[in-house]
Design a binder for this molecule. Structure first.
Ligand code: ZN
Length: 417
């Protein structure tokens, strides 16, 4: 129990345990979108939403939505939620805590006999994680009208995505974009160690980092590893190693500023990959994430220049880094950030502002409404593993911040539509 609020830690703990039990047998915790387990989890959630006083439905985009009509529904909707799907062998908290906290806010209001002026909705977005169809945030993209039309023809397990959405109860051909949502808030585990290291309770998320992926091909020459003198080789691997170190150095330099930045050589493959052959070719894929677009532009520029300089030094051909995918950073709504900071003070949560290096449904919702999110600590920053852990007390404190923010917004957003 968090003092002076109706938020109950025991209910949060029970919800998390109940959802954790709905997993593929012998494979905790696996509840991937579009699977029977996922639908079973949703059945549980629907019941929990109804018990919290909500009317439930599946929207056209395949999201599970619980609605508690406000006293003045013409004011529009305040929406809370996250996702209940997991990665294979994932955790019990990623996404789930956001729905459980939203449910607890609804139950807390119900316990106090309070009905908002705005309509309150709790949402479980469809397939936030990379799904069997190879794409992510399917539900929040649907609700924000940003789901590419060509995605519907993607196939997996003998199904098209369109059929997948209809199997969960959606109707992909119908418009799902909402225009009545006045604010969206998501609570999520941090998936990093900052809050734990700094002994803080809540991170108020300033922006969801943009992600740019770049491919580099290094073309050396295969030669006999025993007979080719050291001075006359074109070794693709050693050149690629210089590049990888350069990516790290550049990433560290950009990360030393105020804004979040991270760069990783996440994929790396060489051929022929044989003990007695000088490496002929390397393909590397760089994942770079920036809170500020100008940091990303600088990274790409300096990477271009650095790669050319390394190629000149080693005499090995290196391709110009090719941008494979490129998403802009998405700032959270400034008005909501102030409301969340104030709610942290009210709830007695030690807090700081921070960017999210991971993608979230909030980034898509920010396209159609005021959107923001808060992080709660998770043990050692671990996530996407069964070892993922967050305490019920920390989640409950986050939920009480959400509740305070919702109450503040219910007043603040009137006449400010
Ligand atoms: Zn998540």
């Amino acid at each position: 129990m968090i003092p002076n609020t109706p938020i109950r830690t025991d209910r949060i703990a029970a919800d998390i345990d109940a959802l954790a039990a709905i997993t593929e047998p012998g494979r905790p915790y696996t509840r991937r979108a579009f699977t029977p387990m996922f639908l079973e989890g949703r059945k549980w959630l629907e019941k929990a939403m109804r018990e919290a006083g909500a009317v439930t439905r599946i929207d056209a985009a395949g999201n599970l939505v619980g609605t508690i009509p406000g006293k003045r529904p013409e004011l529009g909707t305040i929406m809370l939620g996250s996702h209940s799907d997991t990665v294979p062998d994932g955790g019990r908290f990623d996404g789930i805590v956001g729905i459980v906290a939203a449910l607890e806010v609804a139950r807390g209001l119900l316990d106090r006999g309070m009905v908002l002026d705005h309509t309150l909705e709790v949402v479980d977005f469809l397939a936030e994680e990379v799904s069997i169809f190879g794409v992510s945030c399917i539900g929040s993209r649907g609700m924000s009208g940003t789901r590419p039309a060509e995605w519907l023809a993607r196939t997996a397990d003998g199904l098209t995505l369109e059929q997948g959405i209809s199997q969960v109860g959606g109707e992909a051909r119908l418009p799902a974009q909402r225009d009545d949502i006045k604010a969206f808030l998501e609570l999520h585990i941090e998936q990093g160690p900052v809050l734990q290291d700094e002994k803080l309770d809540v991170g108020v998320v300033t922006a969801i980092a943009g992600i740019t992926r770049l491919e580099i091909i290094v073309e050396g020459r295969a030669d006999h590893a025993g007979t080719t003198p050291m001075g006359s080789r074109k070794d693709a691997l050693t050149t690629a190693a210089w590049i990888a170190l350069g990516v790290e150095e550049l990433g560290r330099a950009l990360a030393s500023g105020e804004a979040h930045f991270a760069a990783t050589v996440g994929e790396f493959g060489m051929t022929p990959n044989a003990a007695n052959v000088v490496p002929a070719r390397v393909r590397m894929l760089i994942d770079a994430r920036a809170e500020r677009r100008d940091d990303m532009d600088r990274f790409v520029d300096e990477l271009d220049r650095g790669v050319a300089a390394i190629a000149q030094k080693t005499g090995v051909t290196v391709s110009v880094p090719r941008i494979v995918s490129d998403n802009q950073p998405m700032p959270c709504n400034a008005e909501l950030l102030d409301v969340l900071d104030a709610a942290c003070e009210t709830a007695g949560a030690r807090h700081r502002r921070m960017a999210s290096g991971a993608g979230h449904d909030t980034a898509w919702m920010a396209r159609i409404t005021r959107a923001a999110m808060i992080f709660v600590p998770c043990a050692d920053g671990r996530s996407h593993t069964p070892d993922e852990f967050a305490t019920s007390d920390d989640i409950a404190l986050g939920a009480s911040v959400l509740l305070d923010a919702v109450l503040a917004l219910d007043t603040k957003l009137q006449g400010n539509t």
